[in-house]
Design a binder for this molecule. Structure first.
Ligand code: AMP
Ligand code: ZN
Length: 134
């Protein structure tokens, strides 16, 4: 827990939230600035700013809770988003997964997907480099 963290304060009940689900490791609640109706946040209770800061066992439930909320909302089109770092649009430094319903073109998550030309040789070299460090 981090005393200045807004999501740790929500976990401790020091500030209110619209809770959807709670277990010993996981909390889910409605986003107060939704991109679409039903936009939810699913968080590990363990405090860490980025995905790689969170122990595996603290992350274990997050995807299944996300799936449960999607099913409960009856949504068919949606994005699951998890931002790491300011430049990657992270505002709250406690790991959180967004579940964002995509009911139509204009609501929900907007994505700019700018692909780059990929050189096959460079990709193979990169692949070997990553695999060697796994
Ligand atoms: P991100 O840009 O990935 O860090 O997203 C942070 C999200 O947290 C935003 O969508 C905010 O609307 C949401 N948020 C911030 N404070 C609260 C709060 N007190 N209760 C619910 N959602 C919040
Ligand atoms: Zn926190």
């Amino acid at each position: 827990m981090a005393s200045s963290c807004i999501f740790c304060k929500i976990i401790k009940g020091q500030i209110p939230s619209m809770k959807i689900f709670e277990s010993d490791k996981t909390l889910a609640f409605l986003d107060i600035g939704p991109l679409s109706k039903g936009h939810s946040l699913i968080i590990p209770k363990y405090h860490g700013a980025k995905l790689h800061d969170i122990p595996d066992d603290q992350l274990a439930e997050v995807l299944s809770v996300t799936k449960k909320i999607a099913i409960a909302q009856g949504i068919q089109d949606y994005n699951v988003l998890q931002n790491n770092g300011r430049i990657a649009h992270q505002e709250v430094d406690h790991v959180h997964f967004h579940l964002i319903p995509k009911p139509n073109e204009s609501e929900g998550l907007g994505i700019i997907w700018q692909t780059q030309d990929a050189d096959k040789g460079a990709l193979s070299k990169l692949l070997e480099d990553i695999k060697s460090k796994m």
